[in-house]
Design a protein around this ligand. Structure first.
Ligand code: SAM
Ligand code: SF4
Ligand code: SF4
Length: 338
C-alpha cells in the first residue's frame, strides 16, 4: 500500500504519538507519583522490559506511514534514559515526522539542551508548578528548588529550542502560584500552559474539588492582565490559547476536565513497556512489544495498529463530563507520560 492508501485505512486521523521512554523519575510530584506509593519498595521496570531505541525507531517509522507527524518523548523523566539525543537523532530522520518534542521536569536540560537541539529536537515542555522555592520542594517531594529547572528553561531557549512551561494547578496546593507563574512567564516571553489537575491513574487521590478550572484561572489572571483569544492552529490542538494584549506571548489552558476535547483527539500513546494506549485514561494497553519482538513484518504490525485504532471508542473526558465514569484500572501518568 502506498502511504496515502494506508492513511485512508484509518477511520479517524492519528497524527500525534507520545512515547514514554522510561517509567522512572527523579521527582515524586504529589499529583503524579506520590512518594508514599512510589517508594523504595516500588518495582520499576527492569531495563530489558523497556522498548529499546531500535524498537522505538522501528515503531515510529510504522506510525509515520499511518500519518503521525508529531512525536513527543516523555516518561517518567525522559532525560533519565541514557543517550536520549541518539534516539532523537534517529527519529528526526524518519520521513513524515515534522516535529519532535520532549516533556521534562527540566533538571537535566542545562546539561543536554544543546545536544538535543543538534540531534533534531524542536521543542521542550518544562514542568514547573511554583515560583516559590519551598512550595516547589514540597510539590516535587525531592526537596529540589526552582533554580535547576529555571536554568534548564533558559538553557533550552539559549540552545534554540521552542520552550513551553507546564503548570498543573491543584486547589489547596499551588493556587497561590497562578499569578506569580504568569508574571514570570510574561516577563520572560515564555509560553505558559495551565493544566487542569486530572484523574489519571489511581494513586494521586484525585477529587473534582481539587480541580482549578480554566475559567477560574482566567478570571484570576484577568484581574491583572488583558487577553486576546487566539484561533486553533490545527485540528486536534489541545490547548485553548490566549495572547497577552499587545504582545506575542501566549498563555494556554489544557481543559481536559472542564471542557473535554475527545471528539478531536488524534493522539496515541506508547508506554515505556511497549503497550499502545488509545486514550490517556484507558487502562487497557495493547501489547505491541511482543509484536515487535516476534518475526512479524512491518506491514503486519501496521495492520495490527490499524485494527486497534479503528476499534477505538475512547471518550473518557467527555464521559466524565457526562457523569458516566469508572475510576478503576486506569493507567498511571508516570507510566504513560501525559
Ligand atoms: N517528567 C516529565 C515532566 O514532569 O514533565 C514528563 C512526564 S509527566 C507525567 C508529563 C506531564 O504530565 C507533566 O507536565 C506533568 O505536570 C503532567 N501531569 C502529571 N500528573 C498530572 C495530573 N494528575 N494532572 C495533570 N497533569 C499531570
Ligand atoms: Fe516525575 Fe514528571 Fe511525574 Fe513529576 S510529573 S513525578 S517530574 S513524571
Ligand atoms: Fe483523547 Fe482520551 Fe483525552 Fe478524550 S480522554 S481527549 S479520548 S486521551
Amino acid at each position: 500500500m502506498d502511504p496515502i492508501k494506508v492513511t485512508d485505512a484509518l477511520e479517524r486521523p492519528l497524527r500525534d504519538l507520545r512515547i514514554s521512554v522510561i517509567d522512572r523519575c527523579n521527582f515524586r510530584c504529589q499529583y503524579c507519583m506520590p512518594a508514599e506509593i512510589f517508594n523504595e519498595s516500588f518495582k520499576f521496570l527492569p531495563r530489558e522490559e523497556l522498548l529499546s531505541y531500535e524498537e522505538i525507531e522501528r515503531l515510529a517509522k510504522i506510525f509515520a506511514v499511518l500519518g503521525v507527524k508529531k512525536i513527543r518523548l516523555t516518561g517518567g523523566e525522559p532525560l533519565l534514559r541514557k543517550n536520549l539525543p541518539y534516539l532523537v537523532s534517529q527519529l528526526s530522520k524518519i520521513d513524515g515526522i515534522e516535529d519532535i518534542g520532549l516533556t521534562t521536569n527540566g533538571i537535566f536540560l542545562k546539561k543536554y539542551s544543546k545536544e538535543l537541539k543538534e540531534a533534531g529536537l524542536n521543542r521542550v515542555n518544562v514542568s514547573l508548578d511554583s515560583m516559590d522555592d519551598e512550595l516547589f520542594k514540597k510539590i516535587n517531594g525531592r526537596n529540589v528548588g526552582t533554580k535547576p529547572v529555571l536554568e534548564g528553561i533558559f538553557a533550552a531557549r539559549e540552545a534554540g529550542l521552542g520552550v513551553k512551561v507546564n503548570m498543573v494547578a491543584k486547589k489547596g496546593l499551588n493556587d497561590s502560584q497562578i499569578l506569580p507563574m504568569a508574571r514570570f512567564c510574561k516577563e520572560e516571553g515564555l509560553q505558559l500552559r495551565y493544566i487542569e489537575f486530572m484523574d489519571v491513574g489511581s494513586t494521586n487521590g484525585w477529587h473534582l474539588d481539587n480541580v482549578i478550572t480554566k475559567n477560574d484561572i482566567l478570571a484570576l489572571l484577568q484581574q491583572e492582565f488583558e487577553f486576546e483569544p487566539m484561533e486553533q492552529d490545527y485540528f486536534g490542538e489541545v490547548a485553548q490559547r490566549y495572547r497577552y494584549a499587545g504582545t506575542d506571548t501566549e498563555v494556554g489552558f489544557i481543559t481536559s476536565v472542564s471542557e473535554s476535547f475527545c471528539g478531536s483527539c488524534t493522539r496515541a500513546r506508547l508506554s515505556a513497556k511497549g503497550d499502545l494506549y488509545t486514550c490517556l485514561f484507558n487502562g487497557n494497553g495493547h501489547d505491541i512489544k511482543s509484536l515487535v519482538r516476534s518475526d512479524l513484518s512491518d506491514e503486519a504490525i501496521r495492520n495490527h495498529i490499524i485494527e486497534i485504532w479503528n476499534h477505538r471508542r475512547d471518550r473518557y473526558s467527555d464521559e466524565r463530563t457526562e457523569g458516566k465514569i469508572k475510576h478503576d484500572g486506569k493507567i498511571e501518568m508516570s507510566y504513560i507520560g501525559g
